[in-house]
Design a protein around this ligand. Structure first.
Ligand code: AMP
Ligand code: ZN
Length: 462
């Protein structure tokens, strides 16, 4: 039985889908004003593991990821600039071009990390009509009010506003340091913002309110989730920073609109940090997947690194840790190559490991535990290699490390080493083993290890 930690209850819960035939997942996608950093990507790896675990448990999955290409402001308190428009000015490009460019960059990273394509990619600017309709309905039901800069959601109308984040309303009023403007409560949030009078926006749409404007970030996700997945969702996920504002507000407006509970399980991935500091697009600790690649790490090395931490805890990034992940990943691939050729018959069954693997992933996607099971099995010489190979490929449908593609790495050796090897072969043929051994030492000094086997000699980099 799959168990997941539900932020809503703060408990590990048994997973029961609404429809036993298909699980519905909505995952908040990127705001495409910049390259995704490896912290953002950690969140998508976690969501991919979630999806793969559901598939491993034989569920069908409908998975929606949105692209936020408008309305995400620099401040969560509905002030500041639209991140997209700000970047467009900075790069002196049209905001539409910025959106296309960074969406494509994101999708490239997505592919490189072997993340399963969602059933639906949708973008906010393609769904303005749906967002306006949702706001009109909220207005009709009396949940909104208008200020000089937008249409706001009135959080005082909901008894349980903030239950996801366990926000205390009184505390918020007293302790809030946010700039309230004409908002009645600091927790009230913009559904629709009016275009500023003194600044021409590139992205703006006609609306029933005060001429042109643009949607708030939260309404986008509610409108698209409802459009593509219907009125009930099994799982909604995203990074942990979405709990207090974005997801709290998504719940408020969606449940006010639908008049009932909307999402059963809220799952949140914790941060990737460097020296205890969250990696952020605005920070100076920003690293991208391409930067890792330039330093010689493969996207799969980074994916392996992500698997070493539980999604529900912070993962500290350092190049030492990434090196360790790369080495482990390399070792795993070399065992895959070895097992692929194995045909011996041995008594021990692999079934116990399969059970343990399933138990680990079903324990709230415990990937560090699942990796430990993988390694225990890999090292168990009593299990036939062929069975270990088959089990590894089965496990890889969740790990997503492309283990099936593992192939022998061709070693590039210098002419000098090639010559030493030839001399050693000649010495061996002449049965001059003393000389052959001396040459082996010389080759070792050049950084290579010789392994003599029935199929011939093998050279390994030390
Ligand atoms: P954004 O593009 O800023 O909207 O973020 C995309 C996703 O990345 C969201 O689900 C965020 O919660 C998540 N995220 C942002 N920073 C980090 C981080 N340092 N570690 C893990 N996830 C993050
Ligand atoms: Zn969202």
């Amino acid at each position: 039985m799959l168990k997941l930690y539900n932020t809503l209850s703060r408990k590990l819960e048994s997973f029961k889908p609404i429809d036993k035939n298909e699980v519905l997942i909505y995952a908040c996608g990127p705001t495409v004003y910049h390259y995704a950093h490896i912290g953002n990507l950690r969140s998508y790896v976690f969501e991919d593991i979630l999806k793969r675990t559901l598939l491993y448990n034989c569920y069908k999955v409908k998975h929606v990821i949105n692209i936020t290409d408008v309305g995400h402001l620099t401040s969560d308190a509905d002030t500041g600039e639209d991140k997209m428009e700000k970047e467009a000015k900075l790069e002196k490009k049209s905001v539409w071009d910025i959106a296309v460019f960074y969406t494509n960059a994101f999708k490239l990273d997505f592919k490189k990390l072997n993340l399963l394509e969602p059933s639906v990619w949708c973008k906010a600017t393609d769904n303005i009509k749906e967002q306006v309709e949702l706001i009109k309905e909220l207005e009709k039901k009396g949940y909104t009010y208008i200020t000089n800069d937008g249409v706001y959601f009135d959080t005082s109308k909901l008894k349980d506003y903030g239950r996801l984040a366990k926000l205390k309303k009184s505390g918020l009023k007293a302790g809030a340091r946010v700039k309230v403007g004409e908002k009645r409560l600091p927790t009230d949030f913009a559904l629709w913002k009016f275009s500023p009078k003194d600044d021409k926006r590139q992205m703006e749409w006609d609306s029933p309110w005060n001429g042109k404007g643009f949607p708030g970030w939260h309404i986008e996700c509610s409108a698209m989730a409802i459009k593509y997945l219907g009125k009930r969702i099994d799982i909604h996920c995203g990074g942990i920073d979405h709990v207090p504002v974005h997801h709290t507000n998504e719940i408020a407006q969606s449940e006010a609109y639908l008049g009932k509970k909307w999402v059963n399980y809220w799952l949140h991935g914790d941060f990737l940090v460097i020296n205890k500091e969250k990696m952020a697009k605005s920070g100076n600790n920003f690293l991208t997947l391409s930067e890792l690649e330039k330093k010689g790490y493969s996207p799969m090395d980074f994916r392996y690194f992500c698997l070493t931490g539980h999604y529900h805890t912070q993962l500290n990034f350092s190049f030492e840790e990434l090196d360790a992940a790369r080495n482990a990943h390399k070792k795993l691939k070399s065992r895959v190559i070895e097992f692929r050729k194995g045909e011996e018959s041995l008594p021990k069954s692999v079934e116990l490991y399969k059970k343990e693997f399933l138990k680990s992933i079903n324990d709230d996607l415990n990937m560090p535990k699942a990796l430990a099971v993988v390694w225990e099995m890999v090292k168990d010489e009593a299990v036939p290699k062929k069975d270990r190979y088959d089990a590894l490929l089965q496990f890889d449908s969740v790990l997503g490390l492309k283990l099936e593609e593992a192939k022998e790495e061709r070693l590039e050796v210098s002419n000098e080493v090639k010559q030493l090897l030839e001399h050693r072969e000649a010495a061996r043929k002449d049965k001059d083993f003393k000389k052959a051994d001396e040459l082996r030492v010389k080759i070792r000094d050049k950084g290579y290890l010789i392994e003599d086997s029935a199929e011939g000699i093998k050279l390994k980099k030390l």
